[in-house]
Design a protein around this ligand. Structure first.
Ligand SMILES: [Zn+2]
Length: 242
């Protein structure tokens, strides 16, 4: 899922939410900038290793771990298993029409289009949640301002053996997704996805078709996103899963 779904979830399940937990609830997707891999903060073994590193060497960042746990609870339902069936919500909600359209819009293989189609479904959910709760936007901005960004960059750089400068640049790009776009509007999602696809998939997207893809995703999720997020909030099982 994207930022707003994750942060909405964190707000609902945590009465003592703080800025670091908010950032933790979105940070695993820093992988979208390629500075870390998708496994690094999404897979159980990797998360447990990272957790013991933070607890031992950067205990001031312990709250970040709680947020990462929230992130993966939502992702599990979206990717792996939802309401006792597999795969998760974002994959079962992807239709053939959406996958075919995504393939054309993003100039990717059919296999890659299936993965991107799930991202589009997640964007549909995010779009609805942000439009229902526009205050989330300011809330994320405030959390980004509040945390010790330099400390976070140092921690990530050390653990993943990257240069601090590289990590700071990636964090800037990553947080700009939340601060530079008004994602209550489809046009802004189009801009974001065209940029993301260029950076991450190294493809040039067709703007018109990308808009169609995102409109279809908003349509495909409009009757089910509420149930999805309510189901996630009701899940008390927060054990870290792959
Ligand atoms: Zn994720």
């Amino acid at each position: 899922m994207f930022f707003y779904t994750h942060v909405y979830y964190a707000r609902k399940v945590d009465k003592n939410l703080n800025a670091l937990k908010v950032i933790g609830s979105i940070i695993p997707d820093l992988a979208g900038t390629s500075i870390i891999t998708w496994d690094n903060l999404h897979k159980e073994k990797d998360i447990l290793n990272f957790s013991s590193y933070v607890k031992n060497f950067h205990p001031a960042f312990n709250s970040l771990l709680k947020g990462i746990n929230y992130h993966n609870t939502v992702d599990y339902l979206s990717h792996v298993k939802y309401k006792n069936s597999t795969p998760g919500y974002a994959y079962t909600s992807s239709t053939k029409e959406l996958i075919d359209l995504t393939q054309k819009a993003y100039n990717v293989t059919h296999e890659r289009a299936k993965i991107s189609a799930h991202n589009n479904i997640e964007c549909g959910v995010d779009f609805h949640i942000l439009n229902d709760h526009p205050q989330l936007s300011e809330f994320i901005r405030d959390s980004i301002k509040e945390i010790d960004m330099e400390g976070l960059a140092k921690l990530i750089a050390q653990y993943f053996e990257k240069s601090e400068k590289e990590v700071i640049d990636s964090l800037k790009i990553f947080f700009s997704f939340a601060t530079e776009y008004d994602l209550r509007n489809i046009d802004e999602w189009v801009k974001l996805f065209v940029g993301l696809n260029k950076m991450y998939l190294k493809t040039d997207s067709n703007k018109e078709l990308t808009r169609k893809v995102l409109e279809l995703s908003v349509e495909l999720t409009k009757d089910t996103y509420k149930e999805f997020i309510e189901t996630a909030i009701a899940t008390k099982d927060t054990k870290i899963k792959d």
